[in-house]
Write a protein that binds this ligand. Structure first.
Ligand code: PLP
Length: 287
């Protein structure tokens, strides 16, 4: 079956989906993106992703290429064309195409690209049964990590380092020794007294849409949680750990560097939150 992408006003076969060489996303990473999960053919936490997209665009003063209402229609058209019932949709907006020059171009339309990807499962049975490993690396990124920018080179290097260490993710660590977040996920621990901990959202992390939904679920379920930085040492000593993102939901972490987390098995609270998030994604979180 042919697979389509949406590029600047047209649905085109994926193999022919190209952007101009002078697109500012290509030359300057002058753009933003979102990844929204598709479950049962519906978009999970769509409004949360659109709210964050609005914020990213506003912070960078990039104009909407189409209205949010039209964007929602285009996403659904592409999902329908590609018959994706489970997977993700990637959307990228850049400042547009103009002769290469650092300052903002005038009278240029923003570029919009949409790509879907099917996913058989969002985690392998082994990942869910055994948990995954993360490594810790210095956080070398810029100080506006709250903007979901396509400038991802530190995360590319971090993920490659993780892969080469046999790990699923790399947790980035600030100069004080505190974990900021993963390269494409938020970082969580459960302390020995059962408190769920994740870093508060400011300019130093991306405020995950999944993170926000998990916090809401924790609140509704009466789970004690704290939004504060935690150190690598505290993570080593944690009872449980996990990462969250749109495409992994809640993924249990059972090794950090060369240390075993808790008893080395995915923790009970992580399991409860994963199930809670899956139920939410299939029911009230989808549109
Ligand atoms: N932090 C970073 C740096 C990310 O790149 C991502 C997702 O790509 C997340 C956190 C998780 O965000 P979300 O839950 O919205 O997918």
């Amino acid at each position: 079956m042919a697979r389509y992408a949406y590029v600047n006003g047209r649905f085109v076969p994926h193999t022919d989906a190209v952007v101009h060489v002078e697109d500012r996303g290509y030359q300057f990473a002058d753009g933003v993106y979102e990844v929204v999960t598709i479950v049962g053919g519906r978009l999970v936490d769509e409004q949360g992703h659109l709210d964050r997209l609005t914020r990213s665009l506003n912070e960078l003063r990039i104009a909407w290429p189409v209205s949010p209402r039209v964007l929602k229609i285009l996403m659904r058209r592409l999902i329908g064309l590609n018959r994706v019932t489970q997977g993700t949709i990637y959307l990228q907006i850049t400042r547009g195409v103009a002769p290469r020059d650092f300052k903002f171009p005038k009278h240029v339309e923003s570029s919009l690209v949409l790509i879907t990807k099917r996913a058989g499962a969002f985690a392998t049975p082994a990942q869910l049964q055994d948990g995954v490993k993360v490594i810790t690396i210095p956080d070398i990124r810029w100080l506006r990590r709250d903007i979901k920018s396509v400038s991802l080179l530190p995360q590319v290097l971090g993920k490659q380092q993780a892969v080469e260490a046999g790990a699923f993710e790399a947790w980035q660590v600030d100069p004080d020794g505190n974990v900021t977040e993963g390269c494409s996920s938020n970082a969580w621990i459960v302390t020995s007294d059962g408190t769920l901990v994740t870093r508060y959202a400011n300019n130093l992390i991306l405020n995950g849409v999944t993170r926000l939904s998990i916090l809401k679920l924790a609140q509704e379920s009466g789970i004690r949680f704290e939004e504060r930085p935690f150190s690598v040492e505290e993570a080593y000593a944690a009872r449980e750990a996990f990462v969250s993102s749109a495409s992994t939901f809640v993924m249990p972490v059972t090794r950090i560097d060369d240390r075993t987390v808790g008893d080395g098995k995915p923790g009970a609270l992580s399991g409860k939150l994963r199930q809670g998030y899956l139920d939410y994604a299939r029911e009230r979180g989808a549109s």
